[in-house]
Write a protein of this length. Structure first.
Length: 157
């Protein structure tokens, strides 16, 4: 399945976007899963980026674990992305969460086994249903503490 997807993407770029470079991320996973470890062993030539989801308050333990999986494979020097981080359980208005966002920006910016090449925060907006996690931005664009924490952290780094 992964080979077929890679071949299809390669065909589209070669045929319709010959001057563009594409990137293929490995099958994404969330902490506690070993999909990335299995993909690194079984199909490492079909992707060029490693990408995991990590919702931990401190992302560094899982980041180091994934770096360990990458060691000894053809992906040892590949970019490591965190495709989703933040929270889907509590509000981004929570001060403790906002402080952890800044700490995780710092952790992921450090060289070595903690380094994260790129990431996507989850979730920018609320899901629109009462009782579900609130995003960085609320109704009418209301900015929550997590929004300001990310804004400060990104600018500082």
């Amino acid at each position: 399945m992964v080979k077929v997807a890679k071949d299809a993407i390669a065909f589209v770029y070669k045929t319709y976007l010959p001057d563009r470079t594409y990137r293929i991320h490995d099958p994404k996973t969330v902490g506690g899963s070993n999909w990335s470890a299995s993909a690194l062993q079984a199909i490492p030539n079909y992707f060029d980026k490693v990408n995991v989801h990590n919702y931990d308050a401190d992302i560094s333990n899982d980041t180091r674990k994934v770096r360990g999986w990458m060691n000894g494979t053809v992906r040892v020097n590949s970019q490591l992305w965190v495709g989703e981080w933040g929270t889907y359980e509590i509000s981004y208005g929570d001060l403790s969460l906002a402080l952890n966002l800044i700490k995780n920006l710092i952790r992921g910016s450090q060289p070595g086994d903690n380094y994260i090449y790129g990431s996507h925060i989850f979730c920018l907006y609320g899901w629109g249903k009462q009782g579900l996690a609130e995003g960085l931005l609320g109704d009418g664009g209301k900015r929550r503490a997590g929004y300001y924490a990310l804004r400060m952290g990104i600018r500082a780094l």
